[in-house]
Design a protein around this ligand. Structure first.
Ligand code: ADP
Length: 500
């Protein structure tokens, strides 16, 4: 079969749904399938998934996407996997059954444990080894919780009877019927147990979190043949040959392969990641240092910063105060006024993320007058997404020591042209929206395809890159400066609002 008869199957295992996309050799979407699964909230602040449902929905959409395209397993050159990061699964090595639900990255049950670690002075050790700040978000404290709270778990773990994995490990285990217990460097880098410099599980960290090393997966690169599928799901065995956590896969799918290239994903929140090249850059501005990917023997590093509330501010206008009837309406409403009329909205609805990190901040709308209309407030909400992204980008540029020339964008809110133009204006850099917005799935497909020779090299991939629209900065500098001055004043007003 030639490349025109062959395709890559990309599995995008997200927080609320499992998706599968079949890509062709041009990097275009042929078919896709998606299935949501149940979210469990057993107590305030707890979030769980059923690992067996993660598997069944993922397996189901994989088969569906292939069938929809009129293909079978023999047409699939390779499978790539990308996934919600940090989510923690522990299963029995012999039976393959999870011993507890998956503890999701959003779950806060181990916050107190994290506070204790900070009080004991571990922050610097952990930051220097893992690039992360101590937080319940990452896997390590979640594994510890399972070992401490599930009957017999600790004993079984000491005996080598349990496996830990992030969602990629779980899916590769299931697709190969337990033949391999692996993860990739990007997912490993989010566990808070992995030394991002030596690329090994770190003994000292394992001791701090009291986790036996024998339950950890073997760490692989992001692009190599790990194994072939063994399930009867497909007509034939298919190589699994690409893995990366969702944000890392998106950076690759956007082909931000040179140091200084950055992507921003505009969804519920914003996730910005910048490639910093082959050396990790330690952040002086409260960003995370992480592994972008490892291909062959080359490891690329990245800086990462997240904004908690971005598209969610637009959701709030829609569902919380009924100002608009759909998210897309925000653009036409905001366009009814020529500017924000002095209104600034800091959407710190759940506190502020990078680079401010203030969990006690709350949302504020400032500058209201008798002339303020719903259009001004909507415009201010859209502008707040761009301002928050600006703050993260500036922190990255300061850490990386050079300005960004171009920001590549994806996610649900990038169809909003007003937002994209304003982003280009405030950042004073080009904002580039690609044609294929499924960059996360595309990145995993590229990693898998490279490993089996479906695509030969990066140049091959670059030929697939096509731009939908480029937004060029147009605003005059004094205007931008004025916007930013008032925005930062507004941020100060939102900070430290609630008492603990
Ligand atoms: P997630 O993956 O985080 O669920 P998506 O990438 O699907 O998010 O993006 C959905 C988010 O984008 C929602 O918060 C929605 O309010 C916002 N959004 C969608 N379309 C628009 C638009 N045209 N303008 C502004 N925001 C939008």
């Amino acid at each position: 079969m030639s490349n025109s008869d062959k395709f890559i199957l990309s599995l995008d295992q997200g927080t609320t749904s499992s998706r599968a996309i079949v890509f062709n050799h041009r990097g275009q979407i042929v078919t896709s399938a998606q299935k949501p699964f149940e979210q469990f909230f057993p107590k305030p602040g707890w979030v769980e998934h059923d690992p067996n449902e993660i598997w069944s929905t993922q397996a189901g959409v994989a088969a569906e996407a292939i069938a929809k395209a009129g293909l079978n397993g023999r047409n699939i050159a390779a499978i790539g996997i990308t996934n919600q990061r940090e989510t923690t699964i522990v299963w029995d090595r012999k039976t393959g059954q999870p011993i507890y639900n998956a503890i999701v990255w959003q779950d806060r049950r181990t916050s107190k444990f994290c506070d204790d670690l900070k009080a004991k002075g571990y922050a610097e050790t952990i930051r220097s080894k893992t690039g992360l700040v101590i937080d319940a978000y990452f896997s390590a404290t979640k594994i510890n919780w399972i070992l401490e709270n599930i009957p017999d778990a600790r004993q079984k773990a000491e005996n080598g009877e349990l496996c830990f994995g992030t969602v990629d490990s779980w899916l590769t285990w299931k697709f190969t019927m337990g033949k391999i217990h692996i993860t990739d460097v990007t997912n490993a880098s989010r566990t808070m147990l992995f030394n991002i410099h030596s690329l090994e599980w770190d003994r000292e960290l394992l001791q701090i979190f009291d986790i036996p090393e024998n339950m950890l997966p073997e760490v692989k690169s992001c692009s190599e043949i790990y194994s072939e599928t063994a399930t009867t799901l497909f007509a034939t065995k298919i190589p699994i040959s690409g893995i990366a956590g969702d944000q890392h896969a998106a950076l690759f799918g956007q082909l931000c392969t040179q140091p200084g290239m950055a992507k921003n994903t505009y969804g519920t929140g914003c996730f910005m990641v910048m490639n910093t090249g082959e050396k990790p850059v330690e952040s002086k501005n409260n960003l995370l240092t992480t592994i972008a990917w490892k291909i062959g023997n080359t490891t690329n590093y990245a800086l990462e910063g997240s904004v908690f509330v971005a598209g969610a501010a637009i959701q709030w206008l829609r569902d919380g105060i009924n100002l608009i009837s759909s998210s897309a309406d925000s653009e036409s409403l905001a366009n009814q006024v020529k500017d924000n009329g002095g209104v600034y909205f800091v959407p710190a609805l759940t506190g502020l993320g990078a680079p401010h990190w203030d969990q006690y901040a709350r949302g504020t709308i400032l500058g209201l007058t008798r002339g303020t209309t719903s259009a001004h407030i909507t415009r201010a909400a859209l502008e707040s997404i761009a301002f928050q992204s600006f703050d993260v980008l500036k922190a990255m540029e300061s850490d990386a020591g050079k300005p960004t020339l171009e920001l590549r964008v994806d996610g649900g809110a990038v169809t909003n042209n007003l937002l994209m133009q304003f982003q280009a204006d405030v950042c004073n850099c080009k904002v580039v929206r690609p044609q294929v917005l499924e960059t996360t799935a595309l990145g995993a497909a590229y990693l898998a395809g490279l490993a089996v020779g479906y695509w030969k090299n990066l140049d091959d991939l670059k030929n697939n890159w096509s731009v939908d629209r480029t937004f060029i900065p147009e605003m005059r500098k004094f205007e931008v400066d004025n916007y930013l001055k008032i925005w930062h004043k507004a941020v100060e007003r939102s900070r430290n609002w609630i008492d603990e």
